[in-house]
Design a protein around this ligand. Sequence first.
Ligand code: ADP
Ligand code: GN1
Ligand code: MG
Length: 374
Amino acid sequence: MAQAKHTREQVREVMESFPVWGDFRDAASYGSGHINDTYRVSVCLAGTPVHYLLQRINHDIFRRPDQVMENIVRVTEHLYGRLTAAGESDVTRRTLTVVPARDGQPFTRDAAGNWWRLYLFIEQARTYDVIETVDQAREAARAFARFQNRLADLPAPRLHETIPAFHNTLVRLEALDHAVTEDVRGRRKDVADELAFIDARREACGRLLERHARGEIPERITHNDTKINNVMLDDATGEGVCVIDLDTVMPGLALYDFGDMVRSATAAAREDERDLSQVGSRADMFEALARGYLAEAAFLNEAELEELVFSGPLITLTIGIRFLTDYLSGDVYFKTHRPGQNLDRCRTQLHMVRCMEDQTAERERLVREITRAK
Ligand code: ADP
Ligand code: GN1
Ligand code: MG
């Protein structure tokens, strides 16, 4: 659980900007996200406890929080419309719902210049940092695919790119090279093996970008942060009930979403596990993800299907590059709770890349078998 950065009193004050009925009771730091500051706020509504999810948007990372919120409002309202039209029950558990501030804006600012947003709290569901069963993998993949399906007809204009070149591996490599040259903390000496591992894979890093530039892989509306703890699974049924963490929903490649599911859902250990003998990419979880995703993502074209397996190691390498860059830069991007955590995270990612590479042939066979059967 994250360390609370704001006091109960500060959170209470922020909550006054939102038209929430009831008596403020408590605020607790919540979740294990690496980016925003998240609080579960408890309110007592005429005797009934009610929760809200309050977040401080990390404005060092999201430089235009207003554009982030404009995207999120458009996306969540569209999802609400699609769910309602489909006659779904419990619609406010199936999409995030933004609670506007008293001034009608989808955020509020505090005296220190921070940006805050409030969501309805999704009850009787939870997220997992390391998933436990193949059913969870399948349900998570289905939920992310349904999310992409439902957003395919979002009306123009194009969504804002909240972080430009987010999954562009070549741009991420440039940032790593820069961090290596600068070596601001003198840590380069610790990472020779990691740099060699990445160097050996440079050529493959532009593969999807090239196929996109040739028009073979289309741009779609994608989530771009399909880490497994960004989907809530229903406590009772196990269904992937709600896709959350919508800061990076923007134009992207569907393959990046599948790749990040493979990175995070097949992981046998936590992202910062130090004992690499525990780390790996589980074959059974991959199979469940592929089956769940392909069952729902009917929009995929031939080129996307061809690259489905490759997207796993590519995104895992990309995130490994980002953790290493942050380690060399002095841990300025991802939240860390102990020294060396970003280097440990990088090492698990690179270990998983190798593990995925070793399973490429079997995974390709499996994907062909699933798509042929359809
Ligand atoms: P970050 O961008 O820092 O990863 P998230 O938006 O993913 O932040 O939120 C962190 C955690 O808070 C999630 O992993 C999830 O467990 C929980 N969470 C987020 N939104 C909700 C919500 N609306 N209802 C209940 N829990 C939520
Ligand atoms: C961050 O916000 P969170 O913790 O869900 C990051 C992702 C990384 C992930 C690695 C905006 O995701 O891109 O893949 O950490 N989000 C952003 O765990 O950079
Ligand atoms: Mg998150």
